[in-house]
Design a binder for this molecule. Structure first.
Ligand SMILES: [Zn+2]
Length: 144
């Protein structure tokens, strides 16, 4: 499979999360886990901070969790001008219990009623788009 995000790659990264973006383009939500001690390693990095292993597993994870934090954007910043027409919009940091509370950022899909810390959310994946700078995107929705 040829992954679209590589053609729009944001410079400056170390590539530890490449598999995350590849998985999203495949329609799967996967997070890295140490192959040796099984600790979840998110945000992605190459070496386990607990046991030092360089081996990782990218395991499929259910896209559900609870809002850890959120913010409402009312202004189009220079690096997010593609989302101007969506203003105001909400960005959520969700804790995913299936990955030991890994915190995953995504723009809220649907109405923002019910958004509060602790609210239950479900996720889905948007394919690469101009709004996400050629990357696929995690979207969270509040479960009412
Ligand atoms: Zn480990």
């Amino acid at each position: 499979m040829e992954y679209e995000f590589y053609a729009h790659r944001i410079t400056g990264g170390i590539g530890a999360d490449d598999r995350f973006w590849e998985s999203l383009e495949e329609g799967e939500f996967r997070l890295p886990r140490c192959a040796d001690c099984k600790r979840w390693m998110w945000p992605a990095h190459f070496r386990c901070g607990q046991c030092g292993s360089w081996e990782q597993l990218w395991e499929p994870v259910e896209m559900s969790g609870r809002i850890y934090s959120w913010t409402r954007a009312h202004y189009a910043f220079d690096r997010t001008k593609e989302r101007t027409e969506d203003l105001p919009y909400v960005v959520v940091v969700a804790e995913v219990p299936a990955a030991d509370g890994a915190r995953v950022v995504g723009v809220l899909a649907g109405p923002d009623e019910g958004v509060h810390v602790g609210a239950e959310v479900r996720g889905h994946i948007d394919p690469p788009s101009e709004k996400a700078k050629g990357y696929p995107a995690v979207r969270w929705s509040v479960v009412n």
